[in-house]
Ligand binder design. Structure first.
Ligand code: ATP
Ligand code: MG
Length: 366
């Protein structure tokens, strides 16, 4: 596979804010690549640098093996879909999609063919004459996608493309995006702050924080082996305990959390962890009950139920540990109904050593 887009030691500041801080990335042709990170982490700035709407202070942008750092946007084979679509409100669906081709001076017959093909691809046939104001949010979003794709970009940049849609429409459009990408075979670089969306859609994900790249990997790598507690938190691993490593032997670490009894966590025999660490446990792996389970779990902590939330087919218990930390335990609804727990109740949280992760408290430098 060859490189589609590269960033080489890119730095970009806005005044005193370092929006992108020494970022190097290599995105392959035909990849669905997501940039995931909290608000203000530099995601949009990275897209703008690739599109040529901003210039790096230092470093280079490479597209299709060519350094394009100083090229203006129209000289780059990329198109960008903005969060709020930016459709022309006074132009019809057809005219919105045809606009770029008209500007390029394409022949009328070619434009008609290309626009019809694109509208079929995004399933908007029959709505050619409507104005954007006469479309639903999801339909407007698809016009924006068709308008960008009709130019046959090598790279499509998508800035939170689904953020303005409600939950159901968002899920539908996730499938559409993936299908479109497979059909047009372009490289998609998609910014999101929704971890579930990134995990579901992407071939690879870059996790950003404060302008820095924390980790790049496949969804599975990021989910199973986050390199730091910041990445782990960001992909939904919310249960954390700070502590100190007491011993690490034969793939098993013993950690003393501040003020609580020691916990055991599996680790790779190659991990050379020591000192301050964060232990993290997935909410779906924590067993919560009013009694100690007959199973001889490796770990057991006392806690109190703080909040009970129903979420579709499961119950999410928010529990307070003795040190004050709040943890979550996700329990299938049938199991929760068989032994319901109520706010204020004393409970035991139990889990196996292999269901925990032990990570250095500080993010490693990238
Ligand atoms: N034109 C600008 N002038 C000054 N500061 C800016 C400008 N654009 C972005 N910034 C700052 O740069 C940092 C990164 O901004 P960026 O828009 O890339 O973040 P983001 O990850 O896209 O955030 P969000 O998820 O909220 O869209 C932020 O601290 C932001 O305030
Ligand atoms: Mg943004």
């Amino acid at each position: 596979m060859s490189e589609s887009v590269g960033l080489d030691k890119v730095i970009k500041s806005h005044g005193l804010v370092r929006a992108v801080d020494h970022v190097s990335l290599s995105i392959q042709n035909g990849e669905f690549f997501s940039i995931l990170g909290p608000s203000g982490s530099g995601k949009t700035t990275i897209l703008r640098l690739i599109a040529g709407l901003d210039r790096p202070d230092l470093g280079d942008i490479i597209i299709q093996q060519r350094i394009v750092t100083l090229d203006p946007p129209h000289k780059r084979p990329v198109n960008m879909v903005f969060q709020h679509y930016a459709l022309f409100p006074h132009l019809s669906v057809y005219e919105n999609v045809a606009f770029g081709l008209h500007m390029k001076g394409e022949r009328q017959a070619n434009i008609q063919k290309a626009v019809s093909h694109m509208l079929a691809l995004v399933r908007l046939q029959g709505k050619e004459k409507r104005l954007p104001g006469q479309l639903s949010g999801g339909e407007q979003q698809r016009v924006a996608l068709a308008r960008a794709l009709v130019n046959r970009p090598v790279v499509l940049l998508l800035d939170e493309p689904l953020a303005a849609l409600d939950q159901q429409l968002r899920q539908e459009m996730q499938g559409e995006l993936k299908r479109l990408q497979r059909e047009v075979k372009a490289t998609f670089i998609c910014v999101t702050h929704q971890q579930d969306e990134a995990l579901m859609l992407s071939d690879r994900i870059a996790v950003m924080h404060g302008g820095k790249l924390l980790q790049v990997g496949t969804p599975q790598e990021i989910y199973d082996r986050p390199v730091s507690s910041a990445v782990a938190r960001f992909i939904g691993l919310s249960n954390a305990l700070s502590g100190t490593i007491v011993s690490c032997d034969g793939g098993l670490c013993r950690v003393e959390p501040n003020g609580l009894s020691p916990v055991m966590v599996s680790c790779s025999p190659h991990d050379s962890l020591q000192g301050a660490v964060t232990v993290m446990v997935r909410p779906e792996r924590v067993h919560v009950s009013s009694n100690m389970s007959a199973n001889r779990y490796d770990n057991s902590l006392q806690a109190m139920v703080h909040h009970v939330a129903f979420s579709g087919n499961e119950v999410v218990y928010h529990v307070r540990l003795l040190g004050g930390a709040i943890w979550m335990a996700r329990v299938p609804i049938a199991e929760a109904q068989a032994c319901p727990l109520t706010v204020g109740q004393q409970v035991y949280l139990q889990w196996w050593a292999q269901d925990g992760l032990v990570l250095p408290s500080q993010s490693p430098p990238c």
